[in-house]
Design a protein around this ligand. Structure first.
Ligand SMILES: Cc1cc2nc3c(=O)[nH]c(=O)nc-3n(C[C@H](O)[C@H](O)[C@H](O)COP(=O)(O)OP(=O)(O)OC[C@H]3O[C@@H](n4cnc5c(N)ncnc54)[C@H](O)[C@@H]3O)c2cc1C
Length: 404
């Protein structure tokens, strides 16, 4: 192997892009193969993600993108309200710097894309298979080979994960219907005030239902109506992409015994409807090491979103793998990659366990108390502070951004 390894990254999600950027900063080029046909093919904001101080934020800093991140970070998005299904407030966290600013997924992706030479990325390259010689075969008929390392950063249904393991993601027992609002301030100012600046959690306890509404930039809001149901439940009830009326009718039945103010979260929206089944990999997932291949992010340890750690884990993996690759320059890359995996497995096991506990407790009778205690502990462990960072005038940046 030459002193500069030849690296392929499958997938331009937060994990793959962070890795490519970190390697680029160290003078190591990589090639990303991504299914999306173009950088603009995703039109939605993709939801909001909170970056943690001990993982996602460190990766952003090492990627020399901290100042850029500040233009998109929403510190007021850290606000939290916890309610029961009768609309009683059990906890409110407002104006506190919890160290977990939110960023829209699209902004994070664009920020990373802008920081990587465009020739590093092959759009429209959906990996289909990897043959015995390690050659990558793409759906568009192209092939690629000769890499010292292929990194699977291709998310939940990773083709690289399939190569390394016989274990596949399984249904977590929870489905969701996403309801998108394009501009809640214009659509319903009263509802906008109820949702607040950050996350509005409503627990249904033993009903097996809960609602999470999160504000994103420019008044965009996503409500996730979560349900503990069998895997075919949404399909059995004809809840499909785009069928707004059927989804509302279905959800009104499912959330029948909820306060009328809360039902407005599922009747008052003007955007798309997306039904989802949430899948996961087993807690403690690992695989037999295979020279020339590894996994990061969801492809290594897919979790439900109930602990809000997935993107942070993906970026942390990217950081650790970048360190391993950079450290091995000219030396034993395979040993370095195995060393990375041995560090990542126990770290992701801890996160996956926390996530699984959160998945279950979100539907427990005392789930609201569990989350309340977790939020309080997080604030106390770092010391409650007034928000020290001003919310930046994001409007200036919107003008410059391609929002297609
Ligand atoms: C509803 C929901 C809410 C969430 N909320 C949060 C949250 O608040 N906080 C948090 O930390 N995490 C959250 N997550 C989890 C988070 O989105 C993921 O953990 C994170 O995106 C993982 O990043 P990744 O780069 O590993 O994979 P992905 O983001 O899935 O990116 C994978 C990339 O690979 C590409 N790809 C896939 N297959 C192929 C292929 N065969 N060939 C080429 N390219 C391919 C995809 O197009 C994509 O660009 C949430 C997830 C969901 C579903």
């Amino acid at each position: 192997m030459s002193s500069t390894p030849k690296i392929a990254i499958i997938g331009a999600g937060p994990g793959g892009l962070t890795l490519a950027r970190l390697l680029h900063c160290a003078g190591i080029p990589s090639i990303i193969y991504e299914s999306d046909p173009t950088p603009e093919s995703r039109t939605s904001t993709g939801g909001t993600l909170d970056l943690h101080e001990d993982s996602g934020q460190i990766a952003v800093k090492e990627a020399q993108l901290w100042d850029e991140f500040q233009k998109f970070a929403r510190y007021d998005g850290e606000d939290r309200v916890l309610k029961d299904r009768f609309n009683n407030i059990h906890a409110e966290q407002k104006g506190i710097d919890t160290g977990r600013p939110e960023i829209d997924r699209k902004y994070l992706r664009d920020m990373l894309l802008d920081a990587i030479p465009s020739e590093y990325i092959r759009w429209g390259h959906h990996l289909k298979t990897v043959d015995e010689c390690g050659t990558l075969h793409f759906a568009n008929g192209n092939t690629a080979s000769g890499f010292d390392l292929v990194v699977g950063a291709d998310g939940a249904w990773s083709k690289i994960q399939r190569l390394l393991s016989t274990v596949r993601p399984f249904y977590s027992g929870v489905s969701a219907v996403e309801l998108w609002t394009e501009d809640i301030d214009a659509l319903d100012p009263e509802l906008a005030a109820m949702v607040g600046n950050g996350s509005h959690f409503v627990f249904g306890n033993e009903t097996g239902r809960c609602l999470l509404t999160q504000r994103q930039d420019k008044g965009v809001v996503r409500t996730l109506a979560y349900m503990r149901v069998p895997d075919t439940y949404l399909a059995d009830h004809d809840v499909n992409d785009g069928d707004r009326d059927a989804a509302v009718e279905f959800l009104l039945r499912e959330f029948d015994e909820w306060a009328p103010e809360l039902k407005r979260l599922i009747t008052t929206f003007d955007g798309i409807v997306v039904p989802r089944q949430l899948h996961m990999l087993p807690v403690g997932m690992r695989w037999p090491h295979k020279k020339g291949f590894t996994l990061i992010g969801d492809s290594a340890h897919l979790m439900t979103p109930f602990a809000g750690i997935g993107v942070n884990m993906a970026m942390h993996d990217a950081l650790d793998l970048a360190h391993a690759i950079i450290g091995a320059k000219g030396g034993d890359l395979d040993a370095a990659v195995y060393g990375f995996e041995k560090t990542m497995w126990p770290r992701s096991e801890k996160a996956a366990k926390l996530t699984w506990e959160s998945t279950l407790s979100r539907f427990d009778r005392d789930g609201i108390e569990t989350l309340k205690a977790r939020l309080q502990q997080a604030v106390e462990s770092r010391g409650t502070r007034e928000r020290k960072v001003e919310v930046l005038p994001a409007v200036e940046k919107f003008g410059e951004m391609n929002m297609s």
